[in-house]
Design a protein around this ligand. Sequence first.
Ligand code: OGA
Ligand code: ZN
Length: 417
Amino acid sequence: MNAPSTARLERDAADLPATPDYDAWPVDVDIADVRHDRHQLTLTWQDGRISRYHSVWLRENAADDTTVNPATRERILDLSCLADWPTLTDARLETNGAVTLTFAPENRTLSFHPGWLRAHDYDNSPVHDAPLVAPQIWHGADRQEPATLDAAGWMDKESDVADVDPLLEQALETLFRDGLVRLRGLPTQPGSLDNIARRIGPPRPTNFGHLFDVRAKPDPDSNAYTSIALPPHVDLPTREYQPGLQLLHCLENDTVGGDAVMMDGFAVAAALRERHPTHFATLTRVHWCYANTSRTSDHVWFDPMIKLDANGDFNEVRIADFLRGPLMAPFDDIEPAYAALMALQRLLREPEFALRFSYAPGDMVIFDNRRLLHARDAFDVSQGGSRWLQGCYLERDEARSRLRMLWRAKRRATLSS
Ligand code: OGA
Ligand code: ZN
């Protein structure tokens, strides 16, 4: 056991042990004291925090090459192949701030990075699988426009995934917070959306293409490709895994009408839960049919309209009246389901939720397609002009990975400065 130390430790980050990942872990607080018994390590940090770690957890999260493949940093250790439950026979604090542990039954000595241990302090984490950025529910009536960033010149700069990028970082943080962010001043060349989207991650192709053109077309295969108004909806609820993000990039817009209307589907769901709890419960339970059939494809999926995650937080809404197929539900659920649906539809028309704005060429919105509802006013092409958006889908996973990479790049920059 080591005596508590209040002295600031001298270290070179490069001296610290490897971690089982590719990330950078600044040591903001040093370890003051290390204690252990066979099953548990207890660290006291210089700021007084006490963190406990189980021996089995520590053993599997070691970073040596019996535990992770150094080429991939993926685990190669199978805990069940050890001769016995991993326990601690020794624990000591190194002069560089690392913790070195000896494990039985292997009699293996492994060192741990203090910044990594602090960042993975499950003993003091109130929520263990918290979202990267906490969503904040909003009401359109409280805002004039979506959170907007000026992206003029942004696409002219070279971009590498290892680089810091304050604009993209802010965009993604806003996206996770509000479910919606607008970038302005982007290029307006047709197809440039592909490169823009790839700054986050690869677009998800669908039967509408990997980029789709939203404009009035002669032989439309979607109401979106006409000039009629679209009610608040999510896209592709007809898929088992509804796309997480949608990007809409304005190339041309000089027609009359065609304003965008967006609302936070989680705000609508929260209002339904508060005002009509029985209808809310019905919409989290009954499986609606979502159908998108065309001459060449036939997508059908059944799911509830509102989905909660394991913590009871909103995870997804599937609201798209024009993409609902025939309800196929237990006989006694039919009337309650329609009553709940209509209560929800009435809420969608209430002005408190909607945020209205217009697109200028070079604008692009990124929104969470499993949270935000988007709609548009009808537009009139008979008096000339055109309205042309290009769109694509990405997954939330891509945006989360990209944001983690941006945070990693920022931490690395801090460490090397
Ligand atoms: C769509 C859509 C909105 C718009 O293409 O799915 O909803 O503003 N478009 O045209
Ligand atoms: Zn749509």
